[in-house]
Write a protein that binds this ligand. Structure first.
Ligand code: MG
Ligand code: MG
Length: 237
């Protein structure tokens, strides 16, 4: 899973660098495909319930699962780049939200706080803790900054499948959840909105947007629970 995570990190780096004004989201997908080919890795996104690309590209009010296509990035956009790879049968899954050109201070704060909320959640992935400690930590950071946490889409276990049980909510769901043990691996992925938490699904059956049209940010890592604490696997080698 470290090997898959390194490929995903390279996809994130390559697509983030390429996300400049005038570039289409289809071009970002091409950049990510090139990384997969170069590393002889397979895509876990392509063909997943018919998904047509190797990454999800989710600009501005799109929360997650945006399909790469003809959308042209503009100065002032933000865009979530969600990347995945399979190496030797094991999956990696991670996302970042980046600014395209200059963005206003409140939007910068949204990106910063969402990434901070991810790392607060990761910090709870310690053997002996309960899984829902993760969501409690994410929610505390995000709502403490005045933003809202998406409820309808959550993180997940990950291993020989991209999406495994259990779900990893980004909020306190009212129960502590399973006890964490060394060797468990999760994808933690807070989705944080400037406005309200409500979501809507576009007619393409994939694109999830904020119900109120407000901006949304999304950060994700694949993390293993180890004897030495949480180990982020989706990092460069
Ligand atoms: Mg993902
Ligand atoms: Mg995921």
């Amino acid at each position: 899973m470290r090997k898959a995570g390194r490929v995903v990190a390279e996809m994130l780096e390559a697509t983030s660098s390429a996300a400049r004004p005038g570039v289409t989201t289809a071009q970002l997908d091409r950049v990510a495909r090139d990384v997969l080919e170069r590393r002889s890795a397979r895509s876990n996104f392509l063909g997943y319930h018919g998904f047509p690309a190797v990454i999800c590209t989710s600009p501005n009010n799109v929360i997650v699962h945006g399909i790469p296509g003809e959308y042209v990035l503009r100065d002032g956009d933000i865009i979530s780049l969600d990347c995945g790879a399979i190496v030797e049968g094991y999956h990696g899954d991670a996302a970042v939200t980046v600014a395209v050109g200059d963005i206003p201070p409140l939007t910068e704060k949204l990106l910063r706080v969402t990434e901070e909320s991810l790392h607060a959640g990761i910090g709870q992935l310690v053997a002996g803790n309960r899984l829902h400690d993760v969501g409690y930590a994410v929610q505390t950071v995000a709502e403490g900054a005045g933003f809202s946490v998406v409820r309808g889409y959550v993180g997940h276990g990950i291993g020989t499948q991209m999406h495994e049980e259990p779900a990893v909510p980004n909020y306190w769901p009212g129960t502590p959840g399973p006890k964490l043990r060394t060797g468990m691996v999760f994808a933690v992925e807070p989705m944080v909105n400037i406005g309200a938490a409500g979501t809507a699904l576009l007619d393409d059956g994939w694109t999830v947007v904020t119900a109120d049209g407000s901006l949304s940010a999304h950060f994700e890592h694949t993390i293993a629970v180890t004897d030495d604490g949480p180990e982020i696997l989706t990092v460069p080698g």
